[in-house]
Design a protein around this ligand. Structure first.
Ligand code: SF4
Length: 210
């Protein structure tokens, strides 16, 4: 795909949604961090349901530590893999208090050193809480980048690296939100809704549904 097409894709996505947001609900970097950790292999809707009850009670590392693993599990037990996630969140809260004064760090290395935080989670936090230009490639972005030929790659890391290279600078900070939403609601996994796709004339997917 050539640079003019890529630029036009993002121009249209921005026109349709000038200020894209994550669908996870949060007020602070810490709330976002925990929501993203909980969201692995779970839906944003399911995580929001849990955090709406949890955060009014505990939304700091100290408060969640005080709940303990069992107490935290009560709030998140509707979310997949909740036992592992509860363990990780408690361990991460302990580390945040010990090493970072209870604040969420702003570097990839420090974020990835937290239990339960991998590269994608770090990318989301750096981007969404702190405004860094990072590309958190999830299953939706991976699919959209490959289908459209915007940034084809055989694994999420290759797609991430390509997107970082080819997305025009002015769109870099918000690009991952636009691509996730596009994949979630239009370029769906089972059957892409090409008939209502705003970039159908730019997309290079050979099996479009129109
Ligand atoms: S045209 Fe179809 S395959 Fe291409 S981006 Fe749009 S929905 Fe996805």
């Amino acid at each position: 795909m050539n640079a003019a097409k890529r630029r036009e894709i993002f121009r249209r996505l921005r026109e349709l949604n000038p200020e894209p947001r994550t669908e996870l609900e949060y007020d602070t970097p810490f709330e976002l961090l925990i929501a993203v950790v909980l969201s692995a292999q779970a839906t944003d809707v399911g995580v929001n349901k849990a955090t709406r009850l949890l955060y009014p009670i505990a939304n700091t590392p100290a408060a969640i530590l005080a709940l303990g693993e069992e107490g935290l599990s009560e709030y998140i037990k509707t979310i997949g893999l909740y036992r592992t996630k509860a363990k990780n969140v408690i361990a991460a809260c302990r580390l945040l208090l010990e090493k970072h004064g209870g604040e969420v760090p702003q570097t990839r290395e420090e974020l990835e050193a937290l239990p339960g935080v991998g590269r994608k989670t770090a990318n989301v936090v750096l981007n969404t809480a702190f405004g860094h230009a990072t590309m958190a490639v999830d299953t939706h972005i991976f699919r959209v980048a490959n289908r459209t030929r915007l940034a084809p790659g055989k694994d999420v890391r290759e797609v991430e690296d390509k997107l970082m290279k080819v997305v025009p600078a002015e769109y870099l900070v918000d690009a991952h939100h636009w691509l996730i939403l596009h994949g979630r609601y239009i370029c769906k996994a089972r059957r892409p809704e090409c008939e209502r796709c705003p970039i159908v004339d730019l997309c290079e997917y050979p099996a479009k549904t129109v």
